[in-house]
Design a protein around this ligand. Sequence first.
Ligand SMILES: NC(=O)c1ccc[n+]([C@@H]2O[C@H](COP(=O)([O-])OP(=O)(O)OC[C@H]3O[C@@H](n4cnc5c(N)ncnc54)[C@H](O)[C@@H]3O)[C@@H](O)[C@H]2O)c1
Length: 346
Amino acid sequence: MKVSIIGGGGLVGSMTAYALQCGGVVSQICLIDANKELALGQATDLLHGASLVADQRISVGDFEDIASSNVVVITAGLRRKPDESRLDLINRNVSLFVGILDQVKSAGLKENAYLVVVSNPVDVLTYLAVQCSGLPWQRIIGLGTQLDTARFRSYLARRLKVSATQVQAMILGEHGDSMVPIWSSATVAGLPMDQWPGFNPVVQREVFEETKTAGAQVIKLKGGSGFAVGLSIREVVHALALDSRRILPVSTLQQGAYGVRDVCLSVPTVVGCGGAREHVELALTQKELLGIQQSAKVLDDTIDQVEQRIGRPKNGQTPAAAPALPSASRDGRVIPRSAWQKVAGS
Ligand SMILES: NC(=O)c1ccc[n+]([C@@H]2O[C@H](COP(=O)([O-])OP(=O)(O)OC[C@H]3O[C@@H](n4cnc5c(N)ncnc54)[C@H](O)[C@@H]3O)[C@@H](O)[C@H]2O)c1
């Protein structure tokens, strides 16, 4: 399996490559980056360790490599400028992302390729990828709350003084401020977490707060997330490569589970051959359910704002000056994907 990482020279991209190298499952890792020298540096460094880990082919590449890739991971993204609003950053990243999608499409994605979206705002960009890439929605997987969930489990384990891999608890919804902690099904070694010694509402509140602010904390301390996000991406790529059908909180186009549709966000999803095989809908508390629906609303509003700012075409007409952004109205709720693809490919 060949995995190409667009943005592979950057922090997240290179850490993903390293995690995949240590995992030893995929056979080829190709780094693509606008900064070719940086990508070459990362690939060279990885190559040096190849003899110590796994028999993988590691290379630095170009968009031409997309045509032979089984998985394309997109980690290319921009960082916020001083005084820039969140929405301005979102719009700049959307423009960059749509440009990358155009290049990916021109290069010719395999029909059975998978697209893994990591760049932020990940849920919004995953939605755009569903509209523009030409792949079935099941093959487009946003990292969603994978990393938030990993952080949540690790922080809970530290607080309860138990083994991190035995803590099971998910964060669902938006990868952002409206993310939702799912306490109703949280366990330690399969035992109910709410009965665990030391577990109480204060711990709940503090651990969730730690999780929510973890990204900002890491950016403040070291510039950006690397190790944990690389491992989180690896879990998704391995589930696809091995058809392991793991249930992961990845962001995909919602089809009605938990009362949410036509937006990409994280719900428990069976990931394996074919991509997102199923959304798992289980009973949640009313607060959790409303939380997921609130995330959907936040994302819906953000996409509307982005579309308006970038030049959302009215009545299905593409304005001449519009960037290669999808033209179909989201108000229809049912996505006329053929229409979007036609515009995105033009
Ligand atoms: N979804 C998540 O959980 C999660 C977690 C961490 C970071 N992120 C996001 O990942 C993205 C990357 O973060 P980072 O810390 O690696 O940033 P970074 O600046 O270290 O790396 C980004 C890389 O993208 C490259 N790039 C920019 N435009 C490109 C283009 N058109 N084609 C190819 N490469 C291009 C840059 O040269 C750079 O090497 C950001 O959007 C960040 O917010 C997401």
